[in-house]
Design a protein around this ligand. Structure first.
Ligand code: ADP
Ligand code: MG
Length: 603
């Protein structure tokens, strides 16, 4: 028998389309706040939003006479008829969200327009109005959504853990904050303020409140433009990295998207600048001619498809690589302004350095009650405001100090140039000191040497011309492999190797730039790293073995003479990537004159 579903059932089914999990509710509510012209939005959730979601804004409010209407299906103030669909300027317009949310939860709406003397409180459960009263409240709207899916238990099963749901919501709210930098956005999870943006309208400032202070300090601006595509944004300096890509946030034409192409572009720009398996933090805002991209229009899918992946990847990768060659990308040691208690447990936050007092790590773990720095401890909702006030004092101080630091240096200092460095000596037998007008640099002699040797070796390996030197007394090495295919790559690097006896080989010539002790360690390490299964046909495999052997061999050098050090600096300057060793350790770091002066209380 075919039946027409009753309204209640039909509403519940329709609701599932708009509201499938807590994050979609938060999205609808915040979009309504933005549509209502809010300048400030507070999102608060508990238990991943399953039991409690509250969105408060200071927008237009809803007149008492219209509050019930707002919850009716196809009730919207945003369009009047189909003609309006062609020029929609609001985020919502279907008039479905509130109706859908109210059908599957217990909703409380508190709202007041500027014109009204008092506000209105409306309560709805499972789509039915259960109460309407007057209430004293500020201009704007608060929507509280409790017990999501209490009347559709089947849907409850589709929800992930609290941490996973709150993670999705935190990500969403961050993306909204980045999209609307003039909007003040505060995110509270289980009573902890996760972040609170200032709504000052600039991106850097917003990012600063979303990320850890250490990351924020390392951010390097990215900016490039061509005819059809332009990119703006910030990436973390190579001194900062994460174990996952969660710190990578991409926008294409103003929409937050996921994109393997952009991920790849960012990674390739950082090649050899980070340890394997580490990822930079990146905020990439791409603008591309709409005809060159398809952004999936489904509101909950965030995929993007470029018509020409390769050129987009190349463009972004070049822009990021250029940013990383800026002076500002040299990892910087920054003294901490105030003494801060070290985290007790060694949870993830510890390795991320100190957090911005306004913020916390963007992961669900931020909701852990034993927050690292005391900023995130459990607080009663009633106490949030007073706690926040206290925190705001210190936080403002911190943000101000940090801002004055960021403002003390130009956005772009220009590409790093070794010719501007003055060599000052060596300390601890390992670190070369150099200065320019604004910084003191520490070069790690071994990391630098490793980089230099590796690039020389790679150049030799890749070119037909081999610069080598015969050695008077051949080095003998032992190697008991079935095949001798391991010799080929070494001769391409500039070694002459012959069989000498059973399992014994003589090295008669070595690359010109190596000395004998380096060459000996290099060849032995190379032999230790290979087996009969090594794929010597793969240049990547061979270069990775060589880079490891370079690392071992440079340990041979301890004390360098002044002119050797100058030679090393010049050699490093000639490298393709002078900033890190082949394994991602920095070759040099710096301390700002600014920070030294602050320490001496001169600033
Ligand atoms: P839509 O956003 O598609 O119009 P909704 O169901 O989300 O549909 O909202 C219905 C109506 O309720 C909106 O058109 C708007 O008039 C009103 N409304 C909802 N949220 C707010 C808010 N935060 N501030 C002011 N008005 C709101
Ligand atoms: Mg809406």
């Amino acid at each position: 028998m075919i039946r027409i579903l009753d309204k209640n059932t039909a509403d519940k089914i329709a609701a599932g389309e708009v509201v499938d999990r807590p994050v979609s509710i938060v999205k609808e509510l915040v979009e309504n706040s933005i549509d209502a012209g809010a300048s400030s939005v507070i999102v608060e959730i508990k238990n991943g939003g399953k039991t409690y979601i509250r969105v408060t804004d200071d927008g237009s409010g809803i007149d008492s006479s219209e509050v019930e209407k707002a919850f009716m299906r196809h009730a919207t103030s945003k369009i009047i008829n189909a003609d309006d669909l062609d020029h929609i300027e609001t985020l919502g317009f279907r008039g479905e969200a509130l109706a859908s949310i109210a059908a599957v939860s217990r909703v409380e709406l508190i709202t007041k327009t500027k014109e009204e003397k008092a506000g209105t409180k409306l309560e709805i459960s499972g789509g039915l109005v259960t109460g309407k009263t007057g209430i004293g409240c500020a201009d704007g709207t608060t929507v509280v959504v409790r017990d999501l899916f209490y009347n559709t238990p089947a849907r409850l099963k589709f929800m992930k853990s609290d941490a996973a749901e709150s993670g999705l919501i935190t990500d969403l709210v961050q993306h909204i904050a980045l999209c609307f930098p003039s909007l003040k956005v505060r995110m509270i999870n289980n009573g902890n303020i996760l972040f609170s943006t200032q709504g000052r309208g600039d991106r850097l400032n917003t990012i600063m409140t979303l990320t850890s202070r250490k990351t924020a300090e390392s951010l390097i601006p990215v900016s490039a433009e061509s005819e059809d595509i332009s990119v703006e944004g910030y990436v973390s300096g190579p001194g900062e990295s994460r174990a996952t890509r969660r710190g990578q946030i991409f926008f294409v034409n103003g929409r937050s998207v996921k994109s393997k192409v952009i991920e790849k572009a960012v990674s390739s720009a950082y090649k050899e600048r980070l340890f394997e398996g580490r990822h930079p933090v990146a905020y990439i805002f791409l603008s591309i001619k709409p005809s060159l991209v398809d952004v999936n229009v489904h509101p909950n899918k965030r995929e993007v498809k470029f018509h020409d992946d390769r050129s987009v990847e190349q463009f972004i990768s070049n822009a990021v690589a250029e940013a990383l060659a800026e002076k500002s990308a040299v990892p910087e040691l920054r003294p901490r302004e105030r003494a801060v208690a070290e985290p007790k447990s060694s949870n993830a936050g510890a390795s991320e350095g100190r957090k911005s007092p306004f913020s916390s790590k963007n992961t669900a773990s931020a909701s852990s009650p034993d927050g690292d720095f005391g900023f995130e401890e459990q607080v009663d909702i009633k106490n949030i405001l007073s706690t926040f006030k206290k925190e705001a004092e210190t936080a403002r101080e911190d943000v101000e100090t940090f801002r004055s630091y960021r403002e003390s240096r130009p956005e772009s200092e220009g590409p790093f140039d070794f010719r501007e460095l003055d060599y000052r000596g060596v300390i601890f037998g390992t670190y070369i000191l150099a200065t320019d007008d604004d910084y003191l640099y520490f070069l790690d002699q071994h990391a630098a040497h490793e980089r230099v040797n590796f690039e020389k070796l790679r150049n030799q390996f890749n070119s037909a011309e081999k610069h080598k030197q015969q050695i008077m007394i051949p080095l003998t090495v032992s190697a008991g492999f079935r095949e001798e295919n391991w010799i080929g790559p070494l001769s391409e690097m500039g070694f002459d190797i012959e069989e000498f006896g059973p399992d014994t080989y003589a090295v008669r010539a070595i690359p010109l730039f190596m000395d004998i002790s380096e060459a000996e360690i290099f060849v032995n390490d190379y032999l230790d790293s290979i087996s009969d299964d090594t794929d010597f046909e793969s240049r990547d495999v061979v270069l990775s073995i060589a880079s490891k052997a370079c690392r071992a061999s440079v340990k041979a050098h301890d004390t360098l003479k002044d002119e050797e050090i100058r030679g090393l600096i010049n050699d490093l300057a000639a490298c393709d990537n002078p900033y890190s060793c082949p394994h991602g350790r920095p070759t040099f770091i710096r301390i700002g004159k600014y920070d030294i002066e602050r320490r001496f209380k001169r600033k």
